[in-house]
Design a protein around this ligand. Structure first.
Ligand SMILES: [Zn+2]
Ligand SMILES: [Zn+2]
Ligand SMILES: [Zn+2]
Length: 111
């Protein structure tokens, strides 16, 4: 499912376009593709002043964010022993320590 089924761009009238979709929060049923949003498409009702919500399909979401946001359910229970920052996964802590506390001799033995 790479497409927004049943959605068409209200400016260029492209159907089922891929990628980001922008939905006007003021106009009823007004959607734009990313290209039209970026060029600032308007109608009699719609102006560029209207707030628009960016919507990504699931596959595009994974593409843009590498699935990272979907790992929020995982326990992030590690606290950095050097600066006491919380909320790391084991790999994130390893990277953090390597990057931020590379000069400490304990770095390799904390996990
Ligand atoms: Zn368009
Ligand atoms: Zn609008
Ligand atoms: Zn730290």
């Amino acid at each position: 499912m790479n497409r927004h089924e049943g959605v068409s761009c209200d400016s260029c009238l492209k159907n089922n376009f891929r990628g980001r979709r922008y939905k006007c929060l003021i106009c009823i049923d007004y959607d734009l593709c990313a290209a039209c949003y970026e060029t600032g498409a308007t109608t009699n009702q719609h102006t560029t002043e209207h707030p628009m919500q960016c919507i990504l399909s699931r596959s595009d979401f994974d593409l843009y964010y590498g699935g990272e946001a979907l790992t929020l359910e995982q326990p992030q229970a590690y606290t950095c022993p050097f600066c006491n920052r919380m909320g790391f996964t084991d790999t994130a802590l390893m990277e953090h320590v390597t990057a931020e506390h590379a000069d400490t001799t304990l770095a390799v033995s904390i996990i």
